[in-house]
Design a protein around this ligand. Structure first.
Ligand code: ATP
Length: 405
């Protein structure tokens, strides 16, 4: 039997970061396509693999029974030759430092969703950083990304528990995830259409902190609430029933700029602060994640990580500014969901379409699209419609291979 041809992936294309690796090995494992990735993280300094990326590759190799070569820290070239997706199992992956747990989850989830039955679920214990910059905070993954995947792609049985938070630089976080695979060879991810940016149903949030005084949590909440109030999102009212045709136009004052947001309104806002017990955290740290759920199923997030010397109120304001910007862009997803859903759109059955608002696609998103088109038959198009950017994808309707056991 001849071996499938190895696909070469240039890791320096577009964003040229770790995301290319994660999407590439997930798709390689699912499609049984051996890949060689070169110029890994060529656009980062220093380039090559770091702990988090190496750990993610090793985790993917375990799940996909793959032969992995070249995966040492600093390496800029690897080969990944997948076998079969393993039966649901328990996996542990440790990024050792404060490397992002949620990026480990990004590489594992597409594979685990298609583990063969009959074992009911995989569980994953992920160790490392839970709330880092330049990656989804675990609260974003739990409250924005996973609900979106569950609601729109039909991957309903995924749960995530934050057992311990791990802050930069010590890490030490622990997250446990359980994934029930889509059941059987006929089960596919659903396609979806999300073209109308519905009104804001409610805004939620969590301001977490450890090893720091209570005023830190309180300050982040106050900063976020103040900024949201300035943008016209009042805390006191319950969910508004106003239809969009009767929407108010409010003025938003954000970072000194004045602009209008067509649907600022009275919505139910619930942002709470959570002090993590010292016994469960290795070092001090803080952060805040906000999310808005939109009518029709859109989700917009905004977040910030506490930084030494930056007042907590300011951190709260930063998260609120990001959320408000996402809402003002007028799309159904924020700039982070944009790239994180691309692999699922490629695998889903039928045509998915999502309105990303009046923004250009992020470089991460364009990279994810490029990569998906390298490794799958999925067809993407990005269209401008009435000033909005829409991603449309004809997915491949991937199904899990029948179990060999
Ligand atoms: N503030 C944020 N909120 C939610 N998601 C985020 C945020 N910042 C970054 N992300 C997500 O984290 C991922 C980062 O990918 P990227 O390739 O830059 O990271 P990486 O693996 O750490 O690699 P590198 O170190 O090469 O940048 C993307 O999927 C992006 O959407």
């Amino acid at each position: 039997m001849s071996l499938p041809i190895m696909s070469l992936i240039d890791g320096s294309v577009l964003e040229g970061g770790g995301q290319i690796l994660r999407n590439a090995v997930s798709l390689s494992g699912l499609l049984s396509k051996p890949i060689s990735i070169q110029k890994i993280r060529n656009n980062r300094s220093p380039p090559g693999l770091r702990n988090q990326h190496r750990t993610g590759l090793e985790l993917a190799a375990k799940i996909a029974s793959a032969q992995l070569t070249g995966a040492q820290n600093g390496s800029s070239e690897i080969e990944f030759i997948p076998g079969h997706i393993a039966l649901p199992n328990h996996y542990t992956a440790d990024s050792i430092t404060a490397g992002s747990i949620t990026l480990l989850l990004q590489v594992a989830l597409p594979l685990l969703l298609f583990s063969p039955k009959p074992v009911p679920a995989s569980t994953l214990t992920l160790l490392g950083g839970t709330n880092a910059t330049m990656a989804p905070q675990v609260d974003y993954t739990k409250h924005v990304f996973l609900p979106f995947i569950q609601r729109h792609f039909g991957a309903t049985n995924i749960s995530l528990d934050i057992n311990k938070r791990g802050y930069y630089p010590k890490g030490g976080g622990e997250v446990v995830m359980s994934v029930v695979p889509l059941s059987g060879p006929t089960e596919k991810l659903r396609s979806f259409s999300l073209m109308e940016r519905g009104r804001v149903k409610w805004i939620s949030g969590i301001a977490h902190y450890a090893g720091l005084p209570t005023v830190v949590g309180k300050g982040m909440v106050e900063g976020a609430e103040r900024r949201l109030a300035e943008a016209g999102f009042s805390k006191t009212s319950m969910v508004s029933n106003k239809s969009s045709s009767t929407a108010d136009t409010n003025t938003v004052s954000s970072e000194g700029t004045e602009s209008t947001i067509a649907d600022a309104e009275n919505v139910y806002i619930s942002i709470h602060s959570k002090r993590e017990p010292n016994s469960l955290t290795r070092g001090a740290g803080s952060g805040i994640v906000l999310w808005a759920e939109l009518e029709g199923g859109g989700m917009i997030g905004g977040s910030a990580v506490g930084t030494k010397g930056v007042p907590p109120e300011k951190v709260g304001e930063q998260a609120a500014d990001e959320l408000i910007k996402g809402l003002m862009d007028g799309g159904c997803v924020d700039e982070w969901l944009q790239d994180q859903i691309i692999i699922f759109m490629a695998l889903a059955d039928g045509t998915s379409e999502v309105n990303c608002g009046k923004v250009e696609l992020s470089l991460h998103t364009r990279t994810a699209i490029w990569l998906a088109e390298q490794l799958t038959e999925a067809k993407f198009e990005v269209v401008q419609s009435a000033g909005q950017t829409v991603i449309r994808c004809q997915g491949i309707g991937y199904t899990a291979p029948a179990s060999s056991s």
